[in-house]
Design a binder for this molecule. Structure first.
Ligand code: GLA
Length: 399
């Protein structure tokens, strides 16, 4: 005799689970997690190892109150120095700066934001805290139980493990070991069934952009650490030329976090970072103290017209079209973002000319200045403007 009830229950359960995933909009650890470059905040650039639970809550509060959340910033990411000891079962616990990670996750989520955390495939993180080596699945499960939505996974002492296996003398072996380490955590994250953005941090070695997606990376650092000075930012940002073909929806080149608001650069130089990162379709992770932002910092981080360039649905990383530093990013609907940088900071600022034919337009075009928030009207052939030293003029151009 047929018994419809169990089958009905099975279907009901299937649809209930499916609905949960559909309502979250994404599958666990998939490219859909990062259809556009992830946006949020990370504790490292400003707080370094001093970051506390209170600082993270204050960042979440400020992200909402300042309007950053409405502008698209959603990840609240704790970097290195949260880690405490493992218990007898090997479970990782936060240290005394983070009394209750689940409660912190709940708080961040209650604001409509997402929680990010940090670890290493090695036994120790770069700051010398407990890493995930040998505890990958256990740590992934713990993160999921805390409500973690983003993991930055930083190579650090895994390089010592590679040396132990003599991989430093064998580049092929080094690459295979590194890929295996990242894949292992990727699979552990998948097994949690929780959507968690996977951010690879190994400073761009071994052309990570060529294999990052294969090991589950939604983004990967392309360079060494950024510092809050123009030289560091400009070296990193302008050196991204050529990597554009490796980025796209679900997988992004990451030239490191923003320094905007940390005090080491001028407003023009910070506008350069925001513009260049937007042209590069880079993740936008603010790295300043969000609870103490001046109006200038807010005007840069919250420039919705520049953010729209970064978050453009086509997901094309822009490229340098040359001399001296003119960069172009195609946008959905046929428009183009063009940034004119005056990257030399010890010369007098001189007028720069953009010929529209160099960015693919003939005849007349419409243009808008995305920092002045001003329509430039209908223009013919070219546009000439004096760009401040270390600064930028960013335009949106369309027919
Ligand atoms: C490395 C990373 C930084 C930061 C520190 C933390 O240097 O590149 O972004 O996470 O470790 O120790």
């Amino acid at each position: 005799m047929r018994c419809p009830a169990p089958r009905f229950l099975a279907w009901f359960a299937f649809f209930a689970v499916a609905l949960i995933y559909v309502s979250r909009g994404v599958k666990a650890q998939s490219p859909e997690l990062a259809v556009t470059p992830p946006m949020g905040w990370n504790s490292w650039n400003h707080f370094k190892e001093k970051v506390t639970d209170a600082d993270v809550r204050a960042a979440a509060d400020a992200m909402v109150v300042s309007g950053m959340k409405d502008a698209g910033y959603v990840y609240v990411n704790i970097d290195d120095s949260w880690e405490g000891k493992r218990d007898a079962q090997g479970n990782i616990h936060p240290n005394s700066k983070f009394p209750d990670m689940k409660a912190l996750g709940d708080y961040v989520h209650s604001k409509g934001l997402r929680l990010g955390i940090y670890s290493s495939p090695g036994p120790k993180t770069c700051g010398g805290y407990e890493g995930s080596f040998g505890h990958e699945q256990q740590d992934a499960n713990t993160y999921a139980s805390w409500g973690v939505d983003f993991l930055k996974y930083d190579l650090c002492s895994y390089m010592d493990i590679m040396k132990l296996h003599d991989a430093h003398q064998d580049p092929q072996k080094a690459l295979a070991m590194m890929q295996a380490a990242y894949r292992k955590m990727h699979e552990a994250l998948i097994a949690t069934h929780r959507p968690i953005v996977f951010s690879l941090c190994q400073y761009g070695v071994d052309s990570v952009w060529e294999w990052g997606p294969q090991v589950g990376g939604n983004m990967w650092r392309t360079t060494d650490d950024i510092s809050d000075n123009y030289r560091s930012m400009a070296l990193i940002g302008f050196s991204q030329a050529g990597l554009e073909k490796f980025a796209g929806p679900g997988h992004w080149n990451d030239p490191d976090m923003l320094e905007i608001g940390n005090g080491g650069m001028t407003a023009d130089q910070y506008r350069t970072q925001m513009s260049l990162w937007a042209i590069l379709a880079a993740p936008l992770l603010a790295g300043n103290d969000l609870s103490k932002m001046d109006e200038m910092t807010k005007s840069i981080l919250l420039n919705k017209e520049v953010i729209a360039v970064d978050q453009d649905k086509l997901g094309i990383q822009g490229s340098r079209i040359g001399p001296p530093q003119i960069w172009l990013k195609p946008l959905i609907g046929g428009a183009k973002a063009v940034a004119l940088f005056n990257y030399v900071i010890d010369d007098e600022a001189e007028p720069l000319s953009l010929k529209f034919k160099d960015v693919g337009f003939t005849g007349q075009v419409h243009a808008r200045d995305l920092w002045a928030h001003r329509d430039l009207g209908v223009l013919h052939d070219s546009y000439t403007v004096t760009v401040p030293q270390g600064g930028v003029v960013m335009l949106k151009i369309w027919k």
